[in-house]
Design a protein around this ligand. Structure first.
Ligand SMILES: Cc1cc2nc3c(=O)[nH]c(=O)nc-3n(C[C@H](O)[C@H](O)[C@H](O)COP(=O)(O)OP(=O)(O)OC[C@H]3O[C@@H](n4cnc5c(N)ncnc54)[C@H](O)[C@@H]3O)c2cc1C
Length: 429
């Protein structure tokens, strides 16, 4: 890939849209906009196949049904289909407590609840596609440094081997939860540390139990998720308190397997073949606004979530699909003779307010659902434990509660974008 992403040699430094960050969300957005008659610049700090790339790594991403539809509508699914493993059932339980919740695709009247894919594989597919998009100038490895926005446009310093200043009508901030660009443009984010890290790795389960079931188990040591993959190789996501992370990472394979076994029990048999482990500090970050002067914020830059519910990318991809639809419709509504650039400038405020209105409820719901899940299961003892036991029983007994949980898992709450309904009708191809 890396030979495809050298710092761009560009015809002009004036763009319609500048995207800061080419992680999973920024790259998806660029591809969703690629057919429009607009000049787009994508600036990404780290080459996609660099081991330092923190977006495209060994983490497994549970893709919701709506994410699959979006990727399919963008014609990306055929590339990843063979490596995406289906989830047909999600099993939620708590160690030492009665009751569990089972969400089953058949009960919901659908084939699969979602799919699991390595972010490295999804990232490669996105960047391979980007290299085919002639309307997009990719600057990589390059950082957005100083950025300034005024009523007339945005200006961005691209820090690369030969630094360059570029300008645009709209800046999309897609550069992650710790975005310095977002802060520069005056949008602060609230950060709440969970005092925990997620430790991920691969582990094989007994082949007799291998299938399409994902597990979420809440334990006194923190949540443990198991996501299915080929040949009975599951990805585990174990949450540990910060002060236990180093010691957990230092455990021998045998000791780590014993820990997983103790926390998970023997529902899927004996764990074997433990792979390398990686740790990610966990926090919730929420931007106080989704827009600023000539700026729109998407993905983790708008909302960085605890991975317990597997929602971060799914939510960010819905941001990207919604924004692409609003921009597409604005350009399509232009009168004959009005250039796409002029139309984008004319409609920018409308696009910003429609984006806020569309995305606010979905983001708020997923943030509070994920955060609430952590709060509910993280506090040991007493009345909360009774509530937890009841809530797990309740999930399984009460069809309405289960349907709600399933809707989150499938990413189908709120207004669906055209891409999420499988339609890519920009009319500009
Ligand atoms: C262990 C773990 C498991 C997860 N599991 C799931 C799951 O099952 N399902 C799910 O939906 N989500 C999951 N997530 C969340 C998901 O990985 C993120 O929500 C998603 O990757 C966010 O993508 P993004 O593009 O918004 O941000 P990022 O991935 O943070 O990408 C931001 C990009 O911007 C670049 N950048 C930063 N600053 C600059 C700058 N100044 N100039 C240019 N470029 C810059 C960075 O190099 C990076 O490539 C998980 C996360 C973790 C940690």
């Amino acid at each position: 890939m890396s030979d495809l992403v050298v710092p761009a040699v560009v015809a002009s430094n004036d763009y319609d849209i500048i995207i800061s960050g080419g992680g999973l969300v920024g790259a998806s957005l660029a591809i969703a906009l690629a057919d429009l008659p607009l000049r787009i610049a994508l600036v990404e700090a780290v080459l996609p196949d660099d081991t330092e790339n923190s977006s495209f790594d060994e983490r497994s991403i549970a893709l919701s049904r709506s994410s699959k539809s979006i990727l399919n509508a963008l014609d990306l699914w055929p590339d990843i289909d063979a490596t995406a493993w289906p989830i047909d059932e999600i099993h939620v339980s708590e160690k030492g407590r009665f009751g569990s919740a089972v969400i089953n695709a058949g009960e919901q009247g659908i084939d699969h609840l979602g799919h699991v894919i390595k972010s490295r594989i999804l990232g490669r597919s996105l960047w391979d596609r980007l290299s085919e998009c002639s309307a997009i100038d990719v600057f990589c490895p390059a950082r957005v440094g100083a950025a300034a926005a005024a009523s007339t446009g945005v200006t961005v310093n691209v820090e690369q081997q030969v630094p360059v200043s570029i300008s645009g009508a709209l800046l999309v901030v897609a550069d992650g939860a710790r975005s310095a660009v977002r802060e520069q443009l005056g949008v602060v984010a609230q950060h709440k540390s969970y005092g925990q890290s997620a430790i991920i790795g691969n582990v094989s389960i007994d082949l007799r139990y291998a299938g399409n079931v994902a597990y979420e188990r809440f334990t006194s040591a923190g949540p443990l998720a198991l996501l299915p993959g080929a040949d009975g190789v599951y990805t585990f996501v174990l949450t540990r308190n910060t002060d236990e992370v180093d010691a957990t990472l230092a455990l021998s394979d045998d000791a780590m397997r014993a820990l997983l076994q103790e926390l998970f029990g023997y529902r899927v048999g004996v764990f074997r073949n433990l792979g390398r482990r990686f740790a990610y500090p966990l926090y919730l970050s929420t931007a106080e606004s989704l827009t600023a002067e000539r700026t729109i914020i998407v993905g983790n830059a708008a909302h960085g979530l605890h991975p317990v519910a597997g929602q971060g990318f799914n939510l960010g991809l819905r941001d990207a699909a919604a924004l692409a639809e609003l921009i597409t419709d604005a350009i399509a509504s232009g009168s004959a003779g009005v250039s796409a650039t002029d139309q984008l400038n004319a409609d920018l405020e409308g696009i910003q307010s429609a984006y806020c209105e569309w995305r606010h409820a979905d983001q708020r719901n997923v943030v509070s659902f994920t955060d609430g899940l952590i709060e509910l299961f993280a506090k040991p003892g007493g009345a909360v434990s009774i509530a937890r036991g009841l809530s797990l029983l309740g999930f399984d007994i009460l069809p309405a509660a289960k349907r709600e949980l399933a809707r989150y898992a499938m990413g189908q709450g709120g207004r669906l974008s055209r891409l999420a309904r499988g339609i890519r009708a920009s009319g500009f191809e």
